[in-house]
Design a protein around this ligand. Structure first.
Ligand code: PGA
Length: 242
C-alpha cells in the first residue's frame, strides 16, 4: 500500500492542529487503500493522532542520544511513548540548517530503531550537485547512514531533490524515476523498503507523479497544511494503488 506523509514543519499551534484533526477525520473515513501519517511539531504528537487509527503519527526528527543532559532535545523513546509510529530523519532542512551529517544521522537512526520507530529517511541532491552530474554520488553518500541498520527492518526512504522542496518546481518523471531507481538498486537487500517522492507535491500534480511506478507515495510539505488539499493527494496515491 502506498504511504502519504504530511510534514507540517514548524507550522500549526495546538488549536490549528485540533481543527485539522477534526476536519480531516471525516475525510479520512472515505479514503481507502492508502496509508496516511501526519508529522506535527513535537508538542502535538499526541494531539495529531487518531484514536481510530485512520492515520498514524510521525515525528520530524529525534535526538541522537538516548537520554541525559541534552537541553532542548527530544529522544526517540519519548516520541514512541507519545504513540508515534514513524520518525522523519535527515530532512534537507535539518541537514542544511542544523548541519546534520552522515554520522549524526546514523546515530539518530539507531535511536529510532531502539525505540521501535520506523524511519522515514530523506535523501536528495541540491541544484548544484544535480548540474554537476553528482546526483547518484550524493545519494550514495547520504545512504551511508544506513550502513549499520538491519536490512530486514522496515524502512521508508523519501527522495526529495533539494531544488524541488517548497519551490513549486517538482522533479519531472524521469528525474524521479532516476533517483528512486538508484535508491532501490542501492538498497536491493532490503525487502521492506518503500521509496516516497517529496518536493512541491500538490493536488494538481499528484496523479501524474504517482503514476511513476518507482515511487510508493509522497512526503508532502506545504500542500499538507490544508485538510482539503492533503485529502486530494491521499486520494491520488490511493487510486494509483487500486
Ligand atoms: P514541499 O515540502 O511539499 O513544501 O515542497 C516537502 C518537504 O520538505 O518534505
Amino acid at each position: 500500500m502506498n504511504l502519504v506523509v504530511a510534514n507540517w514543519k514548524m507550522h500549526k499551534t495546538r488549536s490549528e492542529v485540533e481543527a485539522f484533526v477534526r476536519d480531516f477525520a471525516s475525510r479520512a473515513e472515505r479514503i481507502e487503500n492508502v496509508e496516511i501519517a501526519i508529522a506535527p511539531a513535537f508538542p502535538f504528537l499526541g494531539a495529531a493522532g487518531d484514536a481510530r487509527g485512520r492515520w498514524s503519527v510521525a515525528a520530524q526528527d529525534c535526538g541522537a542520544e538516548r537520554a541525559g543532559a541534552f537541553t532542548g532535545e527530544v529522544s526517540a523513546e519519548m516520541i514512541a511513548s507519545e504513540g508515534a509510529r514513524y520518525v522523519i530523519l535527515g530532512h534537507s532542512e535539518r541537514r542544511r540548517l542544523f548541519r546534520e551529517n552522515v554520522e549524526t544521522l546514523s546515530r539518530k537512526l539507531a535511536r529510532a530503531r531502539e525505540a521501535g520507530l520506523i524511519p522515514i529517511f530523506c535523501v536528495g541532491e541540491s541544484e548544484e550537485e544535480k548540474s554537476a552530474g553528482r546526483t547518484a554520488a550524493v545519494l550514495d553518500e547520504q545512504i551511508r547512514s544506513l550502513d549499520g541498520d538491519a536490512p530486514e527492518a522496515e524502512l521508508v526512504l523519501a527522495y526529495e531533490p533539494v531544488w524541488a522542496i517548497g519551490t513549486g518546481r517538482n522533479a519531472n518523471p524521469e528525474e524521479i524515476c532516476g533517483g528512486a531507481r538508484h535508491i532501490v538498486e542501492r538498497l536491493s537487500n532490503r525487502p521492506l523498503l518503500r521509496v516516497l517522492y517529496g518536493g512541491s507535491v500538490t493536488p494538481d500534480n499528484a496523479d501524474e507523479l504517482i503514476a511513476q511506478r518507482a515511487i510508493a507515495g509522497f512526503l508532502v510539505g506545504g500542500a499538507s497544511l490544508s485538510p482539503e488539499s492533503f485529502e486530494k493527494i491521499c486520494r491520488s496515491a490511493a487510486s494509483a494503488a487500486a
